[in-house]
Design a protein around this ligand. Structure first.
Ligand code: SER
Length: 583
């Protein structure tokens, strides 16, 4: 049985509900470009919000990590990967989590105990050593010398702040060398296969730690790594996940995998990630900012390596590889099929575009290196920014001419560029707006009214989970465990139209974040806001809506026109989506 199916079936037998994989581009959190861990979409629930599927959840989640793009090419790094996870939201804790992990590892995956070891949290000034976990592992038959204690590596947090806690990690001896009796987590022949995090704390912006309302469990198991372990291969790209893709690349190239493993792994990895990014409901396309920028780099780097392998890039090799990926994963991610045509088209178009700028870029490269024996950072960045030259391409070409490249200078410029992009996305998040034309401003105010109306119709547990505005329509995602009835929709619509008719004033006040929350203002993720915030209140005598928001908004609701809900549909687990227009 496939590892994903085996995992889900096992945790369902332990009372867990399977939740669908969330999109790979987070819908409600502009602080990260992609979901980097299975727990990321669950942060609000780990922080205490009620999950519509209950308190025991399991899933496989699409994740993307691009911080170590340069490591791709070795045997075990991937930009896209799948993470299996099971969660307890204030339900079971250490005992069941460890017991079930052990049962799954030994009875379902049949991993022999002599190749198994664990790490546990060793304790620091704030949190004591996890003796409970140590004793649980011992009671299951794990010998003392196979239990290592560490501090930094056994405390898990997704970023700088948020839900976190001590963890216990499980390791497998992935080597043909004899297994040592004593476990040394620093020995790279021991590879981590599963992480159980006991999430009971929240790390705040000021660095302090507070108890969460619930004691949660968050576990994560990497599909790629465990698959290759189960199949007995030491190179992930030789497991059934990749083997046919690598063989197809070999067919296109005069080289074999043994001769050019790095370029082949880069192509295999990048085409899979690009396919999933394009298929995501966020509709990401190659561009020069945010996720689109990553997508562009991945495709271009893949093309460059195809050229290195002497692949005839006029052939639709990228489309053939993407089709193989789609077929391989469609059972688990139906969006691949829905967006099949667009995936193939985007990959092809970006290839053609890069090929065009590549020629121009090579000319520019010749020009800038004609009378110089060094490429400064600004020029390297110009080649990157204007001609789409990844820094590796510039340094490789320069190497051939014995010319130096100021890579540090390039990185500095690149960092500045990234910061600009980040500021752009933070700005977008603050206001939920991509632009602020007059019509978009009207839609923005309408989202506040709809949010307040839904609370009246469905209940106070409705919270905004995301929004997106264009000149044509508004989209509003909110937490709700059921499809809205026709009555609920018309009631919400009528309430909003009534507020518009009443001509309510829209007021903007500045508060400290704390005071804003005390005043009862609605907000999405409080940690994401700066210390000073603006609060928009709508109402004349009675305030009907009060939200933390960066604006802009209309002055009076009478400016909005008529409000119509045109669609109500599911967005993701426990999240509904309304599309509406103003006429
Ligand atoms: N959050 C933990 C991890 O990513 C467990 O899911 O490893």
């Amino acid at each position: 049985m496939n590892l994903k199916d085996l995992y889900i079936e096992f945790f369902e037998s332990k009372g867990h509900k399977q939740i669908p994989s969330a999109p790979v581009v987070p819908e409600n959190d502009a602080s990260v470009l992609f979901n980097t861990a299975g727990m990321q979409p669950l942060i609000p629930y780990l922080m205490g919000q009620k999950h519509p599927y209950g308190t025991r959840l399991c899933d496989y989640q699409k994740c993307i990590r691009t911080n170590d793009l340069d490591s791709i090419g070795d045997t075990y790094h991937h930009t896209f990967f799948e993470m299996l996870g099971n969660w307890s939201l204030g339900d079971y804790f250490k005992e069941d989590a460890i017991k079930w992990s052990f049962e799954f590892i030994t009875e379902k995956l049949n991993i022999p105990l002599e190749k198994f070891a664990v790490t546990v949290f060793g304790g620091n000034d704030l949190i004591p050593e996890d003796t409970e976990a140590i004793n649980l592992w011992k009671s299951l038959g794990i010998k003392e010398e196979r239990i290592a204690k560490t501090v930094e590596d056994n405390f898990w947090i997704a970023g700088e702040t948020g839900p976190c806690g001590p963890d216990t990690e499980m390791f497998y001896w992935r080597s043909n060398d004899p297994v040592p009796d004593k476990f040394d987590p620093e020995d790279s022949r021991w590879v981590e296969i599963w992480n159980n995090v006991f999430m009971q704390f929240n790390k705040k912006v000021d660095g302090t730690i507070e108890e969460l309302p619930n004691k949660n469990v968050d576990t994560g198991m990497g599909v790629e790594r465990v698959t290759s372990i189960l199949e007995g291969v030491n190179d992930n790209y030789m497991s059934s996940i990749w083997k046919d893709i690598i063989e197809k690349i070999e067919e296109f190239s005069p080289y074999t995998y043994q001769e050019k493993p790095e370029s082949m792994r880069i192509i295999a990895d990048h085409i899979r990630t690009a396919t999933f990014i394009i298929a995501d409901p966020a509709g990401i396309r190659p561009s020069n900012t945010d996720q689109g920028y990553i997508l562009r780099r991945l495709i271009r780097r893949m093309i460059r390596h195809a050229k290195k392998l002497n692949i005839n890039i006029d052939l639709p090799f990228e489309q053939i590889l993407a089709t193989m990926i789609i077929l391989k994963y469609v059972k688990y991610y139906p969006e691949l099929n829905t967006n099949k045509d667009v995936i193939l088209e985007v990959l092809h178009n970006e290839k053609v575009k890069f090929n065009r700028t590549l020629e121009k870029g090579l000319k520019e490269f010749e020009k800038v290196t004609k009378n110089s024996n060094e490429i400064d950072g600004v020029t390297a960045f110009h080649l990157f920014d204007t001609y789409g030259f990844p820094i590796e391409l510039t340094t490789e070409l320069a190497d051939e001419l014995n010319i130096k490249v100021d890579v540090d200078g390039f990185n500095k410029k690149f960092k500045e560029h990234q910061e600009l992009s980040r500021t752009a996305s933070a700005g977008k998040f603050k206001g939920g707006l991509a632009g602020d034309s007059e019509i978009e401003t009207r839609y923005h105010t309408a989202t506040h009214l709809l949010n307040a109306a839904l609370k009246k119709v469905i209940g106070p547990d409705v919270h905004q989970m995301g929004s997106n505005i264009t000149e044509e329509r508004m989209r509003f995602d909110f937490s709700c465990d059921h499809k809205l009835t026709d009555e609920e929709k018309s009631e919400a619509e009528a309430i909003v139209n009534n507020w518009i008719k009443e001509g309510l004033n829209v007021r903007c006040d500045e508060y400290s974040k704390e005071d804003a929350i005390k005043s009862g203002a609605e907000c999405m993720f409080i940690e994401k806001y700066p210390d000073k915030v603006t609060v928009y209140s709508i109402g004349n005598d009675e305030v009907v809506s009060k939200e933390l928001c960066g604006g802009p908004h209309v002055k009076n609701t009478s400016e909005l026109g008529e409000f119509h809900i045109i669609k109500e549909e599911a967005s993701s687990a426990g999240v509904r989506r309304i599309k509406a227009v103003l006429k």
